[in-house]
Design a protein around this ligand. Structure first.
Ligand code: SDX
Length: 432
């Protein structure tokens, strides 16, 4: 709570509201007593000006392009950490000791297998099923195989969090890879003990029954970086969904399954797939991008420059900067000459110099370049948002844990302004 007060003048009365200030200086007017004292609620369509909670997991300064996980900058973590170490940091709040990391890694790497019943269930999805639909369904179903980890009795489920977290972080890879292999009509393969997290995922995705999939260490490192950069992003649409579901007391499996559904939309995590489809459409049309950019500026055209713009970043998304730098490195390493990268860079250059985008502070976001790397390492386009979900899993777990640990946590139940019909009498059929 800050010493500063907010004075609200309404209907010739003055109301004094408390204010809050965060550890990074973010300020808020505390409206928790507003309706009881004034009879008014606030209105904020899309929650652009509304703080839903206090959180200690991630800090973003959208104006300055700052992103920190538990106080550590994304740039330092990208350079010095790994996805699994960062997952530990997000969930437990501190960087692990060597012993803690060893045990966390071991529990994750040994946990990659899934129950045969779930493997059979995945093979029952039609080959046309989008892997995000399969993932959200199978994450919730995974909870059926671990009923003791997700009882919807909060204190119990919190006590089981360590186990549930490693089950989810490990098996989300297996479920994702099996969704892909079932779609391709390929038999599933088993994880390789001793493989690192990303090498095992790529093995599960691409190994043939008669031959292991040899993963280039640099490719595994590029995927590890992509997952690390996606690991959390404070109150984004899918994480807020996880928190919404968790606030009702639902278990971790149900909460992250809902998070996958929210992430799927093209305005959110689905944008990485939409970016590649956009670049391929531009490439096929022979457009150098200028026609597309003009269309994206036209109101009502239904065209958006996918991978551009962000609700919070009004500066370059720091993750996009890091991924863009990786693009050149990975494509050179794999000797891939992808014309889509040149188109993406041309689009960026044109948009960043165009008044329409500049006036609206629209910059490349995390999704603008990530698909180019994923494509280069052989990930199918329909799996791009699944990769995002694998990366975001530790963040979702951290926020579920934060809700579960908060003694004063209330169920999330926003109000509304009703704009429908006022009361009216029932009309019998003969008079309609
Ligand atoms: C992610 O929240 C997170 O943290 C998300 C995320 C995470 O890590 O969890 O960072 C991941 O979801 C990144 C965003 C991925 N989505 C896209 O790349 C889709 C394209 N971007 C947009 O649809 C849009 O920018 C959003 C959805 C990302 C943000 O939308 P807002 O904040 O609701 O802004 P808006 O739609 O009200 O746009 C403001 C103006 C509008 O023009 P005007 O009405 O002022 O004339 O900017 C325009 C919009 O038309 N605009 C765009 C645009 N994005 C916004 N115009 C063209 N192309 C775009 N991409």
């Amino acid at each position: 709570m800050s010493q500063k007060k907010a004075i609200l003048k309404l209907d010739d009365k003055e109301f004094v509201l408390d204010t809050l200030v965060g550890t990074e200086g973010e300020r808020a007017v505390d409206v928790r007593t507003l309706r009881d004292t004034t009879g008014y609620i606030t209105f904020d369509d899309g929650y652009a000006n509304t703080g839903a909670c206090e959180s200690k997991v991630t800090f973003i300064d959208g104006e300055k392009g700052i992103l920190r996980y538990r106080g550590y900058s994304i740039e330092e973590l990208a350079e010095k950490s790994t996805f699994i170490e960062t997952a530990y940091l997000l969930i437990y709040g501190e960087l692990p000791t060597a012993e803690q990391l060893k045990s966390f890694k071991a529990r994750i790497l040994d946990n990659a297998q899934i129950h045969e019943g779930l493997r059979i269930a995945i093979s029952g999805f039609p080959s046309t099923a989008h892997p995000m639909a399969v993932l959200s369904a199978t994450l919730n179903t995974l909870g059926c195989y671990y009923p003791e980890l997700g009882t919807n009795e909060r204190a119990h489920d919190l006590a089981q969090l360590d186990e549930a977290a490693t089950v989810l972080i490990s098996k989300v890879r297996t479920l994702a890879a099996l969704a892909h292999r079932a779609k391709e009509g390929q038999p599933s393969v088993f994880p390789k003990p001793g493989n690192d997290y990303c090498s095992n995922f790529l093995h599960l995705m691409f190994a043939q029954p008669h031959a292991d999939h040899v993963v280039h260490p640099e490719v595994a490192r590029a995927l590890d970086l992509i997952l690390l950069l996606h690991a959390d992003h404070e109150q984004n649409c899918s994480t807020s969904t996880v928190r919404m579901v968790a606030s009702g007391g639902a278990n971790l499996f149900a909460s992250v399954s809902a998070g996958v559904c929210a992430l799927w939309g093209p305005l959110h995590g689905g944008a990485n797939q939409a970016v590649i489809e956009m670049l391929e459409e531009i490439h096929k049309s022979g457009d150098d991008g200028s026609r597309f950019i003009e269309a994206a500026k036209q109101k009502g055209s239904g065209v958006r420059l996918m991978g551009f713009g962000h609700r919070v970043y009004k500066n370059y998304d720091p993750r996009a900067k890091i991924i863009k730098a990786q693009c050149d490195k990975v494509l050179k390493l794999l000797n891939v000459n992808d014309p889509l990268l040149a188109i993406a860079m041309r689009l960026e250059e044109a948009a960043l110099n165009d008044p329409y985008f500049k006036q609206r502070n629209l910059y490349p976001n995390v999704d603008f370049y990530s698909g180019i790397i994923l494509k280069a390492i052989g990930i199918p386009t329909e799996m791009f948002t699944v990769i995002f979900a694998i990366g975001r899993m530790p963040g979702w777990i951290s926020h579920w844990k934060e809700i579960a640990e908060s003694p004063k946590q209330k169920i999330h139940r926003p109000r509304q302004i009703y704009m429908g019909n006022t009361e009216r009498a029932y009309v019998p059929m003969e008079k309609r």
